[in-house]
Design a protein around this ligand. Sequence first.
Ligand code: 5AD
Ligand code: SF4
Length: 441
Amino acid sequence: MKLYVKTFGCQMNVHDSRRIEEIFSAAGYSMTTDPRQADVALINSCTVREKAWHKAISETGRLRKLKRGRRDVIVGVVGCVAQQEGERIFDLLPGVDIVVAPDHYGKLVELVEEVRSREGALALTGFDRGLPQDFLIAGPPPSRREATAFVTIMKGCQERCAYCIVPTVRGPERHRPIEDVESEVRSLVSAGVVEVTLLGQKVNAYRRGEAGFADLLRCLDSVEGLERLRFTSPHPRHMTSDVTSSFGNLRSLCESIHLPVQSGSNRILSRMGRRYNVEDYLLVVARLREACPSIGISTDLIVGYPGETKEDFEETLALIDRVGFCGAFSFKYSPRPGTKAARLDDDVPADEKARRLDAVHDRIESLERQWRKSMVGARLEILVASAGRLPGQVSGRARNGQIVNFVPTDGKTIEDLVGHLVEVEVIAAHSHSLEGKSVIR
Ligand code: 5AD
Ligand code: SF4
C-alpha cells in the first residue's frame, strides 16, 4: 500500500505530515510522491487565509479525479480545513472518503481501513481535551541521517487575535510534559540530530506545572550533542525577560528569532486584540539585542486590516525600519469565518492592500540585502543540509538562519558533509543567500 500526502501551511503542518507518514509506515505503507501511484491520497490543509483554503479545496478536487481510473483509492482531507469544514467537505467535494482533524491523527490508519471496508464516507473532527494521541507516540528515530528535527511542545491557541482562525481549528492549548519533550530530544540526538526546532502555535507560552518556557529551553540546552535549538512561533506578549535573556546565555539557542508583530500602529494592534503595543514590542527587541547583539529578528505583518488608514500603515513602515528586521512574511488581511474581525468592515480596497504589500516587500527586501551585506567577511558555522546553488557547492544554514552556499575544501562531497557543522568565511552576499569558503584550521 502506498501513501501520498500533499502539505499546505505552516511548519506545524509540515511536521504533522511527517508524523502521519511515520504512522502509516509503521502500519506497513510505503510513501510515494506520485499521487497516481497512491492507495491513500491525503491533503494536509491550511485555512489561515482564504487563499490557502481555496488551494486545499482545489487540490482535493484534483485528487478526487484519481478515482476515475481506480475506485479503490482513498482520498482524504486532514489538517485545518478538515476541522473547519468537517462533513461539509463531502457536499463540497463528493468523492472524498475521509476527513480527519489534527487531534485524531493517531487513529488515521484505522479510520482509513474502516472506510475501505464499508460504504460511505467518514469524518472525525473536534478536539482531544487531554493530551492529543500523537503527543504520546514517540516518533521513530530518523531512518536516514537527518540533522534537523521539529518537536511539538504545545498544541492549540487561546490567544484569540481578532483576525485568526487558528483557535477555531486547532483548539484549546495543551502543553506537553517537559520530561516527554526532553526524552524525545534525547532520542533524536542519539539518532544523529544536531538541531531541534520547538513548535507551538504560541510556543513561548509553554507552561507545565512549575516549568515555563525558559525552563524548558534551559533543560534542553543541557542535552549533550544538541548543537542548535530554535523555536517558532512566539508571541511578543509572552517574551518574558527570562526568555529574552536565554539568548546569548544558552549555548545551543541560535541567534535568530521569528517574532510576529503584525502591525506598527497601536490603534490597529488594539483592534487586532494583540494585547501589546509598539512600545512593548520595541522593549522586547531591545532586550533581545542587549542579550545577544548579533541576533536576527524576522516577523509577520498583516496589511490592510479593517480600519487601517494610510497613517497606520506608515507607522508599520516606520516600525520595520526602526527594528531593522532581517526578514518578514507579509500578508494582505483576509477575513476568516467565525473570527471577531470578520464582523468588521473589510474596508481597505484590494488594490490598496496590494500597494501596501508591495511597499512592505520593498522595505523588507532592502533590509535583507543590508543584513546579508553586513555579514561579508564574517565567519559563520554552517550546518550542511543539501547541494548548493551552483555545481560543486554545498548549502546550509548559519545559526542566524542565513543560507550559505560554499565549495567544500579537501575534495569533500555533500555525502561527507551533510549533517555536519562547518566553519565558513562569507565572501559575497547574493539576493537570497550568502556565498562562502570553508575555513581550514
Ligand atoms: N489574514 C491575513 N493574514 C493572517 N495571518 C493570520 N491570520 C490572517 C488573516 N486572517 C498571518 C499572521 C500570522 C501568520 C501565520 O499568518 O501574520 O502570524
Ligand atoms: Fe494554516 Fe494556521 Fe493551520 Fe498552520 S495552524 S496550517 S497556519 S491554519
